[in-house]
Design a protein. Structure first.
Lengths: 311, 156
């Protein structure tokens, strides 16, 4: 919801949050309660001269304050608004009269309340406000209304200097998090394990000379390997004995999309290797014929395998 | 020196750049499968098509040679010396672990009709055939789009 805010030199006065918000950069500076109240009063009567007494009564009401409270608050506001006691572009000291906020720097802006609040939430919560007049007044020399001398003590701490490390840290954290999230998403999209084929050994250790590997789509239930193995179990026992006699080993790889069975095997002995990639259609129709086919082809390739010469 | 806080729009730009850089790195730093990485690998294996129902059988000898990321394939039949398919597989793109190839046929000659391999030939000629490397212990398997599994580098 849009709300009207006063702004001075592009700094929006956000009274509820006790801070001022830069309209362009989004930077937020926390101000003390009375500093903000003083700024608000000056902004309300921009272009008018407020006497010292008027300001003291309006801001601090009936509170007892030190002589330096008002000049210090003015000084803090100037610093916060990027003004200073010498140039007095924004807050002018009118000799022997009081203070005046230059109307040229003031305007009323309409801004989304949520946007202002959001910016407030992003600002560090523990950021100290600019020193309250009552607190800082004791170690700061008075700012004479007539002369408006430059302050001797260090200027009130500006939020920018304190915000910096935290902002950088936040930025780095967000960048790192984005990088991690992006890397994960990219991995998933470009080269993720979803819908990937993976091989895993089944019936490990059952046969001495045969190793069986099922190739299946990641995430799908492994019913196919159990189904095929049950059809070929007896055949594989026989083949294992045959391989043992010939001192050969065999790796079997299979994959099925149901309509056809891809069954490949690699026969090895110390001096040769043979592989046959079989594509078997209608493999479910007749288990006996399937067994005979695989037995026949395995024997054929086994016969092609070179016989190692005895040393 | 006082650092000015980044504007939100600039922060968004920087984050977008980070996202783009990471995406590009992930995409381009995917491991190259050995079938494309190994230069001048030559070998072959036998491929068979079988139909249990009609008791048909077709055997083919496959010879593969990869040079500079391109795979030259030569398919012949030990039972029919008129059958020859020569072609060049050029990898087109990598997507979800699969490598899509374009086949540039060099020579194809077959006298017989109605062969079981015709399905594969049609698939090779008219679609972007993919192969997926599958890593297993110290072996490197390749699974073709038609389900053919072979160990790479190939041995016949």
């Amino acid at each position: 919801m849009n709300k009207c805010y006063r702004s001075v030199n592009n700094w929006l006065i956000d009274v509820p949050s006790g801070s001022i918000l830069h309209l362009t950069t989004g930077e937020r500076k926390r101000l003390g309660e009375y500093q903000l109240k003083l700024l608000d009063i000056l902004a309300q009567g921009a272009g008018n001269i407020f006497t010292r007494e008027e300001l003291t009564n309006l801001v601090w009401e009936r509170r007892v304050i030190g002589n330096n409270s008002l000049p210090n608050a003015i000084h803090a506001l100037r610093t916060a608004l990027e003004d200073d006691g010498k140039t007095q572009r924004i807050i002018k000291t009118i000799p022997r009269k009081g203070y005046l906020l230059e109307a040229d720097y003031c305007c009323v802006v309409e801004k989304d309340e949520d946007e202002v609040n959001e910016a407030h939430e992003e600002a560090p919560a523990d950021e100290p406000p600019l020193p309250l007049p009552g607190e800082a007044a004791h170690d700061r020399p008075p700012e004479p209304i007539g002369e408006d001398a430059a302050p001797v003590s260090a200027p009130a701490p500006i939020a920018v200097a304190q915000r910096r490390p935290r902002s950088l840290l936040t930025f780095l954290m967000v960048a790192l998090l984005s990088a991690l999230v992006t890397a994960s998403v990219c991995w998933y999209l470009f080269d993720g394990s979803r819908d990937r084929l993976a091989a895993h050994e089944i019936q490990s250790g059952v046969y001495s000379n045969i190793r069986i590997y099922a190739i299946e789509t990641t995430g799908e239930p492994a019913y196919m390997s159990a189904n095929l193995y049950s059809k070929l179990k007896d055949l594989l026992y026989g083949l294992d004995q045959l391989l043992r006699l010939q001192s050969a080993t065999m790796n079997i790889y299979f994959y099925s999309n149901n309509s056809s069975l891809s069954y490949s095997f690699m026969l090895s002995n110390p001096c040769d290797k043979k592989q046959l990639a079989m594509t078997i259609y209608h493999w479910r129709t007749d288990t006996v014929q399937l067994n005979n086919l695989i037995l026949r082809e395995t024997r054929r390739k086994l016969n092609e395998l070179a016989t190692c010469k005895a040393k | 020196m006082n650092w000015r806080p980044a504007k939100r729009s600039k922060l968004t730009i920087v984050l977008a750049l980070v996202v783009a850089a990471v995406s590009a790195s992930v995409y381009f730093l995917q491991p190259t499968p050995p079938m494309l990485r190994d230069n001048n690998v030559e070998g072959g294996f036998q491929m068979g098509f079988y139909d249990v129902m009609s008791q048909k059988k077709e055997i083919y000898d496959i010879s593969l040679k990869s040079t500079r990321g391109v795979m030259m394939a030569n398919i012949t039949s030990p039972d029919d010396n008129r059958f020859v398919l020569k072609g060049k597989f050029t990898p087109r793109e990598k997507k979800r672990g699969k490598i899509y190839f374009n086949l540039s046929p060099i020579f194809y000659g077959s006298e017989k009709k109605g062969l079981m391999i015709d399905g594969l030939v049609d698939q090779l000629m008219y679609s972007n055939y993919w192969m997926e490397p599958v890593y297993l212990d110290n072996q490197s398997l390749v699974v073709g789009q038609n389900g053919t599994i072979f160990v790479y580098p190939v041995q016949n």
